[in-house]
Write a protein that binds this ligand. Structure first.
Ligand SMILES: Nc1nc2c(c(=O)[nH]1)N[C@H]1C(S)=C(S)[C@@H](COP(=O)(O)O)O[C@H]1N2
Ligand SMILES: [Mo]
Length: 417
């Protein structure tokens, strides 16, 4: 970068900082901090516009992106066909059995006459129902599919009913696709993750509601698994079989095609409003979202550089760049997602009795951010954004490879004319 531009950028970053301090929003990067949508920089109408058009925090169930296998896909069956194969609440049956190849010793398998039904699930729900926010993200797709409040009964409650005795190390589970076994889509977990919830994580659940409404067929209804800290492939839809096994290693279908099937959700960010063709010396509004992965989210940072700037080869993740803190937005007043009465359901983890979050951002969910970048001289630029997790580690390091879940530093090219 030539000296003049360097100085220009430097001065203007300082200006922006002062500007934000005046507007009272710069302290917004602590865990409990943040600013509300309404308190944003009132002076810049374009940042206001960008903030107004920001996606809602929760996603309507019908607006989730769909990742479904099957020919035909189970949710496209007619109501009659769904009844025949147990994909309605009144016909649903879940088998919970020992693995014939690697038997676990259980005293009471649930199958045939004793299969577990939706009424049984609702009976357990009276005492054991839990609700928690979670972003559903496909390990292989860049952006989250949707953010929701998932309600269900901990899977352990059903496993206890089988009275396990011995040789139970892993649980695998799959859902209805059709009667062809080669269409099976299976995921698995160590039994310990199901029986106990480490480090304050929500439990692994049999989920029957999303955003306060019955789980739709497209989202995997009547019942799907939801694994809070995992990528989407662990959250099996149209669930109808749980197998208790003495296997000691993962046998997930998703392990095919080189996927890492054990690493949890990563923290990363991306833009929603990015510069397209800004005019010279006009401030540039930027907004985006962040996925709050297992290591939490402390900050979002933004860096704009000249496109012709040479960068040292030994710093491929730009750790030495002049990253600027963006503003992390506080919890919105309205959460969206089509909640009944626009209220967060009672007893949702991380929310108080009045439906306000106890902390922000919320782990394993989503947060939004914005940045008003000072105007730039005409030229070609690159915008990058990254996150800093609660341990102070800039992401995507130390796990940048994509088969462990998308976490790259987003790169947007633009030209100032
Ligand atoms: N039975 C079944 N469950 C499934 C899938 C599937 O194809 N079949 N896809 C998985 C994958 S790879 C993802 S990313 C999520 C997507 O969830 P969604 O369609 O509700 O957004 O569902 C998971 N559960
Ligand atoms: Mo996925």
């Amino acid at each position: 970068m030539d000296d003049q531009v360097q100085r220009f950028l430097h001065q203007h970053f300082r200006l922006t900082r002062r500007h934000f301090v005046k507007a009272g929003v710069l302290t917004a990067t602590s865990l409990t901090g943040g600013t509300s949508f309404a308190e944003q920089d009132k002076d810049d109408p374009r940042l206001q516009d960008a903030l107004k058009s920001l996606e809602t925090w929760l996603t309507r169930p019908g607006d989730f992106q769909d990742v479904s296998r099957g020919k035909p896909k189970p949710h496209t069956l007619s109501e009659d066909e769904k009844k025949k194969v147990g994909l309605t609440r009144d016909t649903w049956k879940l088998n919970v059995v020992s693995d014939p190849d690697n038997p676990a010793s259980i005293q009471q398998p649930l199958e045939g006459e004793t299969a577990f039904r939706f009424d049984d699930l609702m009976e357990l729900a009276r005492d054991h129902a839990v609700r928690f926010p979670k972003v559903m993200t496909c390990l292989n797709i860049g952006c989250p599919l949707g953010n929701g409040i998932w309600e269900g009964v901990p899977l352990r409650e059903i496993i206890w009913r089988t009275q396990p005795k011995e040789d139970l190390r892993r649980v695998f589970y799959y859902g209805y696709h059709n009667d062809k076994p080669e269409q099976m889509f299976r995921s698995s977990l160590p039994v310990g993750r199901i029986l106990e919830d480490p480090f304050g994580l929500p439990p692994v659940i049999l989920c029957y509601k999303l955003n306060g409404e019955w789980l739709t067929s497209e989202r995997g209804g009547p019942v799907r698994v939801v694994v809070p800290e995992a990528y989407g492939f662990k959250s099996i839809k149209w669930l109808n079989n749980v197998v208790l096994s003495n296997l000691h290693a993962a046998n997930d279908t998703y392990a095919e095609k080189n996927n890492d099937v054990d690493s949890p959700l990563k923290t990363f960010c991306a833009t929603l409003t990015a510069p397209t063709d800004p005019k010279a010396n006009e401030a540039i509004p930027i907004t985006g979202y962040a996925q709050v992965g297992i290591s939490g989210l402390k900050k979002v940072q933004v860096w704009i550089s000249r496109r012709d700037e040479e960068w040292p080869r030994d710093d491929p993740y730009f750790t030495k760049a002049d990253w600027q803190d963006a503003t992390l937005l506080a919890a919105p007043k309205e959460f969206g997602g089509g909640l009944p009465n626009e209220m967060i359901p009672a007893d949702t983890m991380h929310f108080d009795d009045s439906g306000r979050p106890k902390q922000w951002p919320i782990l394993l969910s989503k947060a939004h951010w914005c940045h008003l970048h000072p105007g730039l001289p005409a030229g070609k630029y690159v915008l990058r954004c990254r996150t800093v997790d609660n341990n102070g580690h800039a992401q995507p390091m130390p796990r940048p490879f994509r088969k462990s879940g998308h976490a790259k530093i987003e790169t947007i090219r633009f030209e100032v004319s």
